[in-house]
Design a protein around this ligand. Sequence first.
Ligand SMILES: Nc1nc2c(ncn2[C@@H]2O[C@H](COP(=O)(O)OP(=O)(O)O)[C@@H](O)[C@H]2O)c(=O)[nH]1
Ligand SMILES: [Mg+2]
Length: 192
Amino acid sequence: MKVTSAKFVAAAQLPSSFPKDKRPEIVFIGRSNVGKSSLINSLLGVKGLARTSSTPGRTQSINFFLINDEFHFVDLPGYGYAKTSKENRRAWGKLIEKYLAEREQLVLSILVVDARHEPSPLDLQMKSWLQHYGIPYLVVSTKADKLSSNERRKSRQRAEQILETERVIPYSSLTREGANHVWGEIRASITR
Ligand SMILES: Nc1nc2c(ncn2[C@@H]2O[C@H](COP(=O)(O)OP(=O)(O)O)[C@@H](O)[C@H]2O)c(=O)[nH]1
Ligand SMILES: [Mg+2]
């Protein structure tokens, strides 16, 4: 897909601040520091749109980006950051659940995992949540550039086994490996 415009539109900490229009939304979900913002930026071919940082757990809002004036990319705050307070975690859960359960224009969710590690119980729980709500999803296994091709194959098999899915796409935000594949899925979900 040719990206002609990409702009930040909202950082929502409450459902009342979600955009009101009905453009289709593609949501990105994953644990803190997994490479979600880098994935968004590399798909769009821009550098600092979705903020990337090595400090995990900083983004606490749901961030909406308008692409080609046609659809939204939605960056959810990451989960699994150990230093987060109980109160924060509860607020996070409520906001995310509200979004996933009620957002009618949500057409695809992209669960982001780290190719170097096995998916965690939280990743599996998130996948079950998506299934429960009947939200189409795919798994993007990022940082693939850090693995040899042999390690990559094993990592993918393992992720597919643990998450019980055949929809794992290896990806690298550095080389953009996997970008065409992911865009194909996004395009299909928008025009469906
Ligand atoms: N080598 C490599 N590093 C990556 C990749 N994606 C993200 N990173 C690095 O991982 C760290 C966390 O990335 P970020 O996008 O901020 O993660 P987020 O917290 O999930 O949004 C940053 O230091 C990125 O530069 C990738 O595909 N390859
Ligand atoms: Mg981020």
